[in-house]
Design a protein around this ligand. Sequence first.
Ligand SMILES: *Cc1c(COP(=O)(O)O)cnc(C)c1O
Length: 369
Amino acid sequence: MSTAAPILLTPGPLTTSARTRQAMMLDWGSWDDSFNQLTASVCEQLLGILNASASHHCVPLQGSGTFAVEAAIGTLVPRDGKVLVLINGAYGTRLAKICKVLGRAFSTFETAEDDPTTPGDVDRLLREDPSITHVALIHCETSTGILNPLPEIAHVIAQHGKRLIIDAMSSFGALPIDAQQVPFDALIAASGKCLEGVPGMGFVFTHQQALAKAEGNSHSLAMDLYDQHAYMAKTGQWRFTPPTHVVAALHEALLQYVEEGGLQARHQRYADNCQTLLDGMASIGLRSFLPAAIQAPIIVTFHAPEDPRYQFKDFYERVKAKGFILYPGKLTQVETFRVGCIGCVDRSGMQAAVDAIAQVLREMEVLDI
Ligand SMILES: *Cc1c(COP(=O)(O)O)cnc(C)c1O
């Protein structure tokens, strides 16, 4: 067991900087002015990343990312609305399940896990069923790392006069999205992904007009984004106990985001990480599941070695002992494992991870090099 803190090559929680963790060493009062300013500053900066300050609200919500997805569906889809859920992985499936649990009518369109949804598909589906009011899309489907063509799909949806809800949990902050170019009612992200904060809060960027019309839609008190926003707009405070340390850590993470060079620099570092990983793994004979053209630089799915001596659990534990935390695969048809490219890690960290993986596979006598 390595005594140093491990590097998390996972899509959240992920490796954070010492500075971000240090920002959690202070206790904050939820009524305190300086804490409320922290929240306001975080929301303002987040809106800036999307170029959405003029058109959208940032509504933060306590909880993991799924809480924010559920809150967005419950708040923005009226009870007589109907959601078309575009699925090519586990997070799309989860979104459909949220609609089901909340009692919102929905239909699904599912493609294979290595097959992005196309704007043509969405156009056809919206023609076929005029009762659809909203479309829900996963931008980067983290179960494989596949990137769906968000801007093209968003335009088709707008042409049909329908509303778009985007789960951009694993892409926001790293992949460019411009709210003035990509029309949407809601975009959902969280503290503990590409912004490199700690987990514990999500946020929903809601179109101002869409949120204004959403009063009373929600089935839930705690998950009502309309109320959450109204209360915060009036008082500057969170409606219920805020995740104070998470907000403080995110504020510090955002300072570092700007210092690094903002979205472009973050994107570049992750793209570098991803390429280092792909090249390194290819050099030891490990193949990635997705073709390069649809691979987002967020997380990479690899085929497991075809060798009876390979067992994920054993492999995982041995790599962990060398200081790196990997992620199991999420595919049903093929045996895979995943390696994240996001978090406070750079090219040299990724190369060290590849070296550790190679060493472990040699120890397991899976790799003959
Ligand atoms: C991480 C993630 C979520 C949220 O998952 P939680 O476990 O609730 O934080 C949702 N969608 C996508 C695409 C994600 O990567």
